[in-house]
Design a protein around this ligand. Structure first.
Ligand SMILES: [Zn+2]
Length: 123
């Protein structure tokens, strides 16, 4: 018993803020990746990405070898409507493309834009 006595589902939804579009993860966010993190219930003491947990809770298990891609590009968003299942290689391709676009975007427009990462931490 102890800290993680509550079901994963309860702990999970308590840390999610639903907006009209994105469902924002309000729990711990890994600074380096910008992705959230949640500790799974014992005995599996494993950390998992909140968007994957949301998918599993609402849609079911994620098939092996499949990745979840955010169509809204908000790293902390856990709304399954904003996710699609991709094979690992398709996902990598999309990530590369995204990074290229983001790099250009930052060069062109730096001032006055609200980054999507900041949005995640709003309260
Ligand atoms: Zn979203």
């Amino acid at each position: 018993m102890g800290r993680y006595a509550e079901p994963l589902e309860t702990r999970f939804w308590r840390q999610v803020k639903k907006t009209e579009t994105c469902w924002l993860w309000q729990g711990y966010i890994e600074p380096r990746s910008g992705y959230g993190q949640i500790q799974l219930s014992s005995p599996v003491r494993k950390k998992e990405r909140p968007h994957r947990v949301a998918w599993m809770l609402l849609r079911g298990p994620i098939p092996e070898g499949m990745d979840i891609h955010h169509t809204c590009e908000v790293a902390c968003c856990v709304n399954p409507d904003h996710m699609e299942l991709l094979t690992g290689s398709d996902h990598l391709k999309k990530e590369h493309q995204k990074r290229r676009e983001r790099g250009m975007y930052h060069k062109m427009k730096r001032v006055g834009s609200t980054s999507k990462e900041e949005k995640c931490q709003s309260s």
